[in-house]
Design a protein around this ligand. Sequence first.
Ligand code: GDG
Length: 738
Amino acid sequence: MDKNKKSRSKIIIVSNRLPVTINKKKDGLKIQQSPGGLATCLDSIQEEGKAIFVGWPGYWPSNDKEKKFIENNLINHHQCYPVFISPAEIGKYYYGFTNRTLWPLFHYFSTYCAYEESEWEAYKGVNQKFFQEVFKIASPQDIFWVHDYHLMLLPSLIREALPQSSIGFFLHIPFPSSEVFRMLPWRKEILEGLLGADLIGFHTYEYVRHFLSSVLRLLEYEHEFGAIHVDNRIIKVENFPMGIDSLRLEKLLQQPSIQKEIKKLEKKIWTEKRKIILSVDRLDYSKGIPQRLKGVELFLEKNSNWHDRFTYIMLCVPSRTKVRQYSLIKEEVDQLVGRINGRFGRPGWIPIHYMYRSLPFDKLLPLYYLSDVALVTPLRDGMNLVAKEFVASKRDNRGVLVLSETAGVASELGEALLVNVNNKEDLAAALTKALDMSEKEQIRRIEPMRKRLFENDVFHWARSFVERIKEVKKIQAQCEHQKLNEKWKKKLISDFRKSKNRLLLLDYDGTLVTFAIKPEQAKPDVGLKRLLYSLARDPHNNLVIVSGRDRRTLEQWLGKVPCGLVAEHGAWIKKDPRHEWEKQKRLSNDWKKQLRPILKVYEVRVPGSLVEEKEYGIAWHYRKANPELGQLRSSELFDYLNEFLANTDLQVMHGNKVIEVRVSGINKGNGVMPWLSENKWDFILALGDDWTDEDLFKILPKMAYSIKVSYGPSEARFYLESPQSTRNLLRELVRIHK
Ligand code: GDG
């Protein structure tokens, strides 16, 4: 680790590939820009000069001297720190786990997935290797931004070594539905790996939803507005649609060399009087190339008037050729192109110009600029930057984008002609519409999309992501600030010791005992009873148990303890064992008749959930239900009841896995008033774990020690982790008098 603690914080971007790649040529090693969408983005961020990069340079050095040479060159001239991955590791980690398991699964090609234990082991090993390289250059104040599916275990590895660090993770490919994701044998490890981050980003809201749902179903962590609480840390999950470097593209278009290329091509197009259709893809089965070709074939069958009046330039960049599915797709595409050109071509006209190669960007850009129609038709795509580059290059706002609705980019470029790629009729019709489209209509569609791309470019994307990591850290710090640390604990104990009139207000479930599946199972154990007796017998203490439970249960469980009891969130109070239960005035129960059937419907609809009747309240518990269904239905019920009960004096509360209705004005704050109003206290301690305890925390005087027994925003001054920590604290207070 970087020992220079005073060094300024830096952004460390970690991705499988560096923005540059090393290639061995006859005349020595060459450094070139890496291919692909992520590399394009990293390249743009790198130009801003704010980050350093850690990643694979695509090359395995033949000896130490060469390794040293590459390292020096990359570090000194490109701010890149190489991670060298051996050919054997590449075979299993890259061609294996990432490209034969994760890539197909996340793109919904589950039948292409291999689940090889040895490849998973290699994936873990390489993530560890990346961690070691990152750790060498890291300081605790750095921001780590980990990219993509190759490195999903890395956030947790960094978190373990540097618990306070700021870590962001961004996934460039889709996150599949939880039904698909759960097929992965190592699904929990992957999710846990990702949850090491403070901020997890996806291109679209749909992927966010899928991820949150997997976390809920597989790890049982609930979320609230995209925030997950894990180990006393808030993790935010949000969408950040990635942009392109639109301005750079605009400037490049004006460069003389590119203008020259444009003029040359324009001349050719004018002579041939043909419209240009363009597609640019890595040759990957997710890109829907055969489906698209079948659509083009149908278009040709149906539209003989368009024969000889267009040329379709199909650029396919070779990709992952060592994976079997990729060579199969290549064969299929070759055959389809041969068939279509054979069927419809004629002397002087070949419908499809198929290029199986990569083009330098200064040759690609003129093609974007001059094409009339772009066909971007993946079956699945995280985002798809080609669609954005095509639109951004349209300086005169002319051109038509035919876009698959299953590409992430479709959620941003809604003015495109959206198609279902599996429906060749749909595709052929869109192509006809695109070629026939009036200029006015083209401008009407392209203009707003283009404007959007200039406003939300790649820098905006990167800046918002990094800013958001910082904001999440601030939110965490606010919560951290409340922790009852050793220093505060000492102060609490010393104040306790000095005081003579103490009021101790303790919630029961979730504060003194952990939650049980059924409410009646959370009976006080012997240890707890002993602890409560010891506290209550001290003449300087006034102990009150402030619970949402019904009075009969409290009486049965704690009736003999010399303390006060508050039942049903304050509907009933009992000052001490010698007193009778007193109820709050003006309480009626007629309303329960109307609500009971509604809650019973939810009991039936959500297996495992149950309705609990209290004297002045009614509750629906869903702790034992399927977590996702429970969360979904509870939000639905909560909204429904709030609307249903508007303008009544009933109140709906969403507690810890429970929805409860009670008469408003009854709350734990009012419930403890008979004690609080005595006004003689020189020490007050209140502990509670959920929403219903907030009413109590709110009304306490400033000198009171209010403690929430879980992490998260609260009116309480402090928080403790669990009922176990509550008991430890109380035990220390008891010990003072022994
Ligand atoms: C992943 C996700 C997501 C293509 N051919 C050539 C060339 N390219 C450049 C394009 C574009 C990039 O490569 C392709 O980006 P995509 O977004 O389409 O696709 P992936 O590489 O699969 O990237 C994807 C992306 O990450 C970013 O998050 O959008 O969904 O799969 O920039 O211009 N560049 C050059 N010659 C070529 O022949 N120079």
